[in-house]
Design a protein around this ligand. Structure first.
Ligand SMILES: Nc1ncnc2c1ncn2[C@@H]1O[C@H](COP(=O)(O)OP(=O)(O)OP(=O)(O)O)[C@@H](O)[C@H]1O
Ligand SMILES: [Mg+2]
Length: 230
């Protein structure tokens, strides 16, 4: 695969509350500090939390993936931002729209000179994996990494995933990753004040900042293991 082609990162997971927005915020922060030119596409139109946190820092656009119109806008946005890395934060309810219209994006990747990389965020339940199987049929050429969210327990507790066929097919091309758990007190601050991580690293009290930096160092290692060339 040609790694000089700018990626589109989709942060998915389909289920509500698995940590998609947290991973998207972390990915924005990680790539910002690698001086990547990034744009954010927010597709959670009812709760555009990631966009609200980062819109002062990077260019953002919102698209509704339940509608064909949203996918047309998204493809065009990729075209007009060819020099940028695109990060897409998805909403829990997007799965039906992905099944119906996702092939539109899949079919334009070559012309857009883009490769698709998926960070699929999971909790410990079975439906996280079933939804991934469905998603994979729409984007067969994507590189998919499964992100075990440490908020739901340590890696060894994700036993369904460990024993699944999904893991085998993911690890044929991508990786199984561990996203670190952040202390509730700090994640509550991020959420309630709609902070980006770079902003939080400047403004939170020293104790919270220390925890934030501990967490950031861990996800930097996680992303660096799969993002070679920002
Ligand atoms: N790694 C983590 N460390 C600490 N808290 C976490 C972590 N992951 C998730 N959480 C908690 O779970 C909440 C839900 O996470 P988040 O909003 O990222 O999920 P989501 O998948 O984007 O949900 P939605 O489907 O509603 O968009 C967060 O506000 C946070 O409180
Ligand atoms: Mg979200």
């Amino acid at each position: 695969m040609d790694t000089t082609i700018n990626p589109i990162y989709i942060v998915g997971g389909s289920k509500g509350g698995v940590g998609k927005s947290m991973v998207a915020l972390a990915l924005v922060d990680h790539l910002q500090r690698r001086d990547a030119n990034i744009v954010l596409m927010e597709t959670d139109t009812s709760n555009p939390d990631v966009m609200k946190a980062v819109h002062d820092e990077i260019e953002c656009a919102a698209f509704d993936l339940d509608e064909a119109d949203g996918w047309i806008g998204l493809v065009n946005f990729c075209d007009t931002h060819r020099d940028a890395v695109v990060i897409i934060n998805t909403a829990a309810r997007n799965q039906a729209g992905v099944a119906r219209y996702g092939a539109m994006l899949a079919s334009t990747l070559e012309e857009l000179s883009r490769r698709l990389v998926v960070f699929w965020v999971i909790n410990r339940q079975r439906d996280s994996l079933e939804l991934l199987r469905e998603f994979g049929t729409t984007f067969p050429n994507a590189t998919t990494h499964v992100v075990r969210n440490g908020y739901f327990g340590t890696a060894d507790k994700f036993t369904l995933y460990k024993d699944s066929n999904v893991r085998k097919s993911v690890e044929a091309k991508g990786k199984s990753l561990d996203f670190p758990d952040l202390a509730d007190r700090v994640s509550d601050d991020l959420r309630s004040q709609r902070l980006s991580i770079s902003k939080a690293a400047e403004t939170l009290p020293i104790g919270q900042r220390a925890e934030l930096l501990r967490w950031r160092a861990l996800y930097d290692t996680m992303f660096a293991g799969v993002i070679s060339d920002a």
